[in-house]
Design a protein around this ligand. Structure first.
Ligand SMILES: [Zn+2]
Ligand SMILES: [Zn+2]
Length: 143
């Protein structure tokens, strides 16, 4: 978790796009949903939530928008050169939330997952910390 006055930097693989985030993080989760699997080519993706004003971008990501599970739109922001995923906006509780890809931080150890979400889509070979609370779909939270 990033605290109130903490900040961190990150960016894509090629370095064309860089960003700075400031705390506090709203949540950190492992997301097993089908769309995260397709978008990343992995079993799950590690994400953390912020208010949009807590993200400062340097560079302009490409975007891809599709319908989320609840029918609203979800927009994924990624580098047009290297494909590195950066963050997601859209069909999320509170429209000012951005969902960051934790692996795009220069030091991903600055955050640590607090829950596993969309376990209904989890693949059999993916392994999670058994101490983390699990949710079949979206984690109910107050944002
Ligand atoms: Zn890039
Ligand atoms: Zn997901």
């Amino acid at each position: 978790m990033l605290g109130e006055d903490e900040s961190a930097v990150g960016g894509c693989l090629c370095g064309d796009i860089r960003y700075t985030v400031t705390g506090p993080t709203l949540f950190v989760s492992q997301c097993c949903c089908k769309d995260c699997q397709k978008a990343t080519g992995t079993g799950h993706t590690t994400i953390f939530g912020l208010r949009s004003h807590q993200l400062q971008m340097q560079g302009t990501p490409k975007t891809y928008t599709n319908a989320g599970e609840s029918g609203g739109s979800v927009t994924r922001h990624f580098c047009g050169t290297c494909g590195g995923r950066l963050y997601t906006t859209g069909d999320l509780p509170g429209d000012t939330i951005v969902i960051m890809q934790a692996g795009s931080l220069d030091d991903p150890n600055l955050v640590s997952p607090e829950s596993v979400i969309y376990t209904k889509d989890a693949v059999a070979w993916d392994v999670f910390d058994p101490a983390l609370p699990r949710f079949e779909a979206r984690q109910p939270r107050k944002l």
